[in-house]
Design a protein around this ligand. Structure first.
Ligand SMILES: Nc1nc2c(ncn2[C@@H]2O[C@H](COP(=O)(O)OP(=O)(O)OP(=O)(O)O)[C@@H](O)[C@H]2O)c(=O)[nH]1
Length: 596
C-alpha cells in the first residue's frame, strides 16, 4: 500500500486537463504515441455516445522511480460544475490532486470551486502551471495568483507543458513524493466507495470503486449499503483506457471496476459504500445522499401522440444517467409531458438535445425552475418544482428559495459592470480579493433562481468574455416571492408561469409581455398578452393581426426566394405549439425568464 498514489486532476475548462492526463498515461508507458491518438478519438466517441456525465477514464499506471515500483491511480473527475456531486465523490476517493492552472490565463472561477471541494476532502494539492510553452505564459504571476486566491504555497508549483511534454517526468516524481500513500486497514472487513457507475452493454452495470478497508474478492457476496442490495462479485478489473486487466481482488488503497451483473444501473449509486454482506462494516465510507436535481423543467412533445415515445426515450437515457429524474405532468396548455429534474443548466441542455437528436423528438421545454420550499399556514411544507403549482397566497406562510455561493473572477476593468450585474441578481457580497492589480475575485451569495437562465451569457458579454464563473448550492433562505401568470388571448398559459421577487414583479411583468409581443408571430386576429399576479393585471401588450400572407412581400418574380420563405414558415410551424387559437413558438417558453 505504501507504493500506491491515488490522485485526481482539477482544472478550469480548457486549462489542459485531458491533454495532461494523456501525457501522464503515455509517460508511464501505458500507451504509445500511436495508441494515444487512437485512444483519444475512441474516447470522444464514447463520450458522445454516453453523454456528458460519463468519465470512467480513470486509469491504473505503473511507474518506476529510483528502482522502486509504484502504482499511480489517476481518478478522473467530470469537468463541469453541474456534476459537482460526482466530482466530490471522485475527490473523496483520492489522496491528492493536481491543481492545473493555465500559465497564460491564470486562476479561474472553476479552479477555485474545485479547490474548495478538494479541501473539504483534505487532499494534498500540487499546483501545476501548464502551457508554459505559450509566449504569453507568466508562471510567476500565476503562482502569485494561486497563493492569493487559494492561500496555498505555490513556490514549489510544477511547471509543465502538456503539449510539448516539458516537465511531465518532474510532475510524476512530485506525485510520488508529495501525495501521501493511502491509509486504511487491510485486515478489516470490506469498505469501498463507488465513485462512478455506468452501464456496459456486455457486462451490465459497472461500479468504479476505491477500496478503503479490507478487499473486494471475486465471488464475494457484497452489500450496497444505501439500498441493502446483496450481489455476488462476478468479475474485477483494473481500469485502463485500452486494456482492462482482470484481477481476483481489489485491495485496500486500490481502485478497480466491480462487475455485479446487474441490468439496472440505478441500483449502483455513486457515493454508496460496498461492504461484505455477511460481515458488514459498521459505518459507510461516506454518508450516502443521492445526487439532487437543482433545476426542473417541463418537457412536452409538440406532437401529443409522442408522449409514450418520450417516456421510452427518458427511460433509455436514465439507464446511463442515474442523476436524471422525471415524472409525468399535465399542462392545460401543453398537454401530457414530464417534469424533469436536472443537476444544472448544462445537464438540461444536453438531455434535451439528446432527446431531440437521438430519439428524433420535437419538444417544448418550459422555462427552468429551481425548487421552492413552501411553508403552508397549516404547518406543512411542500416542495414546488413547477411554478404553476404554487399554492394560493392565502395558504402560504412563507417561501424559501435555494441560494448558491458564486465565485466570479474578472479583469479589474470590468469590476464595476460585474458588481452591478451581481446586485441586480439580488447578490450579497461575501468577499472581494485582488489576485493582482489586474484581476479580482468576487464571492457572492445569490438566489439560484437568478442564475438559471441568462446570468452566464450576461456576465460574458459585460466582461468581453473574460470573466469566469462557478457556483455551489448552499442553503435555502426566505424570499418575498410571488407567482406571475401570463395570459395569452385571455387565457392563463400555465406553462408560462414564473416565480419572481415581489419587488421586481411589475418590471418583470412589463418586460415579459414586451418580449412575448416580439416573439409571438402575428396571427389572423389581434392577440392580447397580459401579465398578472393573482387576478390583478400588471402589464399588457397587443400583437397586431397579420392579415397578409408571408410571401406577399416577394412581388411575384423570385420563385426560389418564395420557396425559401415558405420552407422557413413550415420549419417555424413545426416548432410551434397551439395554445387555444394562438400558435406559440418554443422561445416564448424560455423568454419568460429573460429580463430585457
Ligand atoms: N500551447 C499549449 N496548449 C495546450 C497545452 N495543454 C493543452 N493545450 C491545449 O489547450 C486546449 C484545452 O486542452 P484540454 O486538454 O482539452 O483541456 P481540458 O481542461 O481537458 O478541457 P475540457 O476537457 O474542455 O475541460 C487544447 O486545445 C489543448 O491542445 C500546453 O501545454 N500548451
Amino acid at each position: 500500500m505504501k507504493n500506491i498514489r491515488n490522485f485526481s486532476i482539477i482544472a478550469h475548462i480548457d486549462h489542459g486537463k485531458s491533454t495532461l492526463a494523456d501525457r501522464i498515461i503515455q509517460e508511464c508507458g501505458a500507451v504509445s504515441e500511436r495508441e494515444l491518438t487512437k485512444q483519444m478519438m475512441d474516447t470522444m466517441d464514447i463520450e458522445k455516445e454516453r453523454g456528458i456525465t460519463i468519465k470512467a477514464q480513470s486509469v491504473r499506471l505503473d511507474y518506476v522511480k529510483d528502482g522502486e515500483h509504484y502504482i499511480l491511480n489517476l481518478i478522473d473527475t467530470p469537468g463541469h460544475v453541474d456534476f459537482s456531486y460526482e466530482v466530490s465523490k471522485s475527490l473523496a476517493s483520492s489522496d491528492g490532486a493536481l491543481l492545473i492552472v493555465d500559465a497564460a490565463q491564470g486562476v479561474e472561477a472553476q479552479t477555485i470551486a474545485n479547490v474548495y471541494l478538494a479541501m473539504d476532502n483534505n487532499l494534498e494539492l500540487i499546483p501545476v502551471i501548464n502551457k508554459i510553452d505559450l509566449p504569453a505564459a507568466d508562471p510567476i504571476k500565476v503562482a502569485e495568483e494561486i497563493e492569493t486566491s487559494i492561500g496555498i504555497d505555490a513556490t514549489d508549483a510544477v511547471l509543465v507543458s502538456a503539449k510539448t511534454g516539458v516537465g511531465i517526468r518532474e510532475l510524476i516524481d512530485a506525485i510520488v513524493e508529495r501525495i501521501p500513500a493511502p491509509s486504511g486497514d487491510p485486515k478489516a472487513t470490506t469498505k469501498a466507495i463507488i465513485y462512478d457507475s455506468w452501464f456496459d452493454p456486455y457486462l451490465g452495470a459497472l461500479a468504479l470503486v476505491r477500496v478503503f478497508d479490507g478487499e473486494i474478492k471475486k465471488n464475494q457476496l457484497v452489500k450496497l449499503m444505501s439500498n441493502n442490495e446483496e450481489h455476488q462479485v462476478l468479475d474485477l478489473m483494473y481500469p485502463h483506457p485500452l486494456k482492462r486487466q482482470k484481477t481476483n481482488a481489489i485491495k485496500s488503497g486500490e481502485i478497480g471496476i466491480v462487475v455485479l451483473g446487474l441490468k439496472d444501473v440505478s441500483i449502483v449509486n455513486v457515493g454508496d459504500t460496498i461492504t461484505d454482506a455477511k460481515n458488514p462494516t459498521a459505518e459507510p465510507a461516506l454518508k450516502y445522499e443521492p445526487a439532487k436535481p437543482f433545476v426542473f423543467a417541463g418537457l412536452y412533445p409538440i406532437d401529443t401522440d409522442k408522449f409514450e415515445e418520450l417516456r421510452d426515450a427518458l427511460n433509455k437515457l436514465k439507464l446511463n444517467d442515474s442523476s436524471l429524474s422525471y415524472e409525468p405532468e399535465t399542462s392545460i396548455a401543453l398537454g401530457f409531458g414530464f417534469r424533469v429534474g436536472f443537476l444544472g443548466m448544462l445537464h438540461m441542455e444536453v438531455i434535451k438535445e439528446r432527446l431531440e437528436r437521438e430519439f428524433d423528438l420535437d419538444l417544448i421545454a418550459t422555462a427552468p425552475s429551481v425548487v421552492y420550499h413552501v411553508y403552508l399556514t397549516n404547518g406543512d411544507m411542500v416542495e414546488v418544482q413547477n411554478p404553476s403549482e404554487l399554492p394560493s397566497v392565502s395558504q402560504i406562510e412563507k417561501i424559501e428559495e435555494p441560494y448558491v455561493k458564486a465565485t466570479v473572477i474578472t479583469p479589474s476593468e470590468y469590476l464595476g459592470n460585474v458588481i452591478t450585474l451581481l446586485i441586480s441578481k439580488r447578490g450579497m457580497q461575501d468577499k472581494m480579493t485582488y489576485l493582482n492589480e489586474d484581476r479580482v475575485m468576487l464571492e457572492y451569495s445569490l438566489p439560484m433562481n437568478e442564475i438559471v437562465v441568462d446570468f452566464y451569457d450576461k456576465l460574458k458579454s459585460i466582461s468581453k468574455g473574460y470573466a469566469s464563473f462557478d457556483y455551489e448550492p448552499i442553503d435555502f433562505k426566505e424570499g418575498n416571492l410571488v407567482k406571475l401568470d401570463v395570459k395569452v388571448a385571455g387565457e392563463v398559459v400555465d406553462a408560462l408561469s414564473i416565480i419572481v421577487p415581489i419587488t421586481s414583479a411589475e418590471s418583470r411583468g412589463r418586460a415579459l409581455v414586451k418580449n412575448m409581443k416580439e416573439i409571438i408571430p402575428r396571427q389572423l386576429f389581434e392577440v392580447a398578452v397580459q401579465a398578472s399576479i393573482g387576478s390583478r393585471v400588471i402589464a399588457r401588450e397587443t400583437v397586431k393581426s397579420m392579415g397578409k400572407n408571408v410571401t406577399a412581400k416577394c412581388y411575384g418574380g423570385d420563385i426560389t426566394r418564395k420557396r425559401k420563405l415558405l420552407e422557413k414558415q413550415k420549419e417555424g410551424k413545426k416548432r410551434m405549439k397551439s395554445i387555444g387559437k394562438v400558435n406559440l413558438p418554443q422561445e416564448a417558453f424560455m423568454s419568460v425568464l429573460k429580463m430585457d
